[in-house]
Write a protein of this length. Structure first.
Length: 235
């Protein structure tokens, strides 16, 4: 009897997860084990990104991220006339995806997040996460385009674990996650911290990539004479 009362008391005192969206649902499915829930999130995101990039890459370049789109325009990988339309589509799609997730898990469609994400560590994490994502894309998009989808999926899956913020790395997703009051959400005021961090990381990646490609152009492999001009770096 005593053990039964304790179990009931623990159930009452345990945090109640609302619905099944994002981390909430996976935490419930994982029996409250946060590590397993995070692993499930990372796995689902990595595989989902791989599939989406493979499907939409030939159609639109698989631009789901305003930070990546702005870098692509800067590097002349995307015509400037498309940047605003792409970003509008990305933000609209992110919000629509949030509403759809709420509908699938029987949550109120319209919500505002109260999940605080305002620490310095999370700001630094978003700089690092977006830096690595953009550097991965820049390094592969021309040299080995077939590897972009698996590399991006693998990187974001890994970044769930090595960043304190669980790697939003996308201004459109960040904005949309302000509209869900689940564990996956972010307070609207904290969006103003995350988005500048993401843009800072994205353009830092451009600077580093340019430096790396400039160095490699001037330093052919030892013992081999170049037989053709090195590839032009992204501009």
């Amino acid at each position: 009897m005593e053990s039964g009362r304790r179990r009931v008391s623990r159930q009452r005192d345990a945090p109640r997860h609302r619905g099944g969206f994002g981390h909430h649902g996976r935490t419930a499915l994982a029996g409250g084990n946060i590590a397993i829930a995070l692993l499930a999130n990372a796995f689902a995101t990595a595989l989902g990104l791989f599939v989406l990039i493979e499907v939409f890459g030939p159609i639109s370049g698989a631009h789901f991220n305003p930070a990546v789109t702005l870098v692509a325009v800067r590097e002349r990988l995307l015509p400037r006339r498309l940047d605003l339309s792409y970003i509008a589509a990305q933000c609209t799609g992110a919000v629509a995806g949030t509403l759809l997730a709420h509908a699938m898990f029987d949550l109120p469609l319209l919500q505002v997040s109260g999940h605080a994400r305002s620490s310095v560590g999370q700001f630094v994490s978003e700089v690092v996460a977006t830096f690595g994502l953009v550097l991965t894309i820049l390094a592969l998009v021309r040299a080995k385009p077939a590897l972009v989808a698996p590399a991006v999926g693998a990187y974001i899956g890994a970044a769930y674990w090595f960043t304190a913020s669980t790697s939003f790395a996308n201004p459109a997703v960040t904005m949309a996650r302000a509209l869900t009051d689940t564990f996956a959400g972010i307070r609207p005021g904290d969006v103003l911290l995350f988005v500048p961090a993401q843009l800072l990381g994205a353009f830092a990646a451009v600077a580093v990539f340019r430096s790396l490609t400039a160095s490699s152009r001037g330093n052919p492999r030892p013992g081999r004479e170049p037989t053709e001009a090195p590839a032009e770096p992204l501009r």
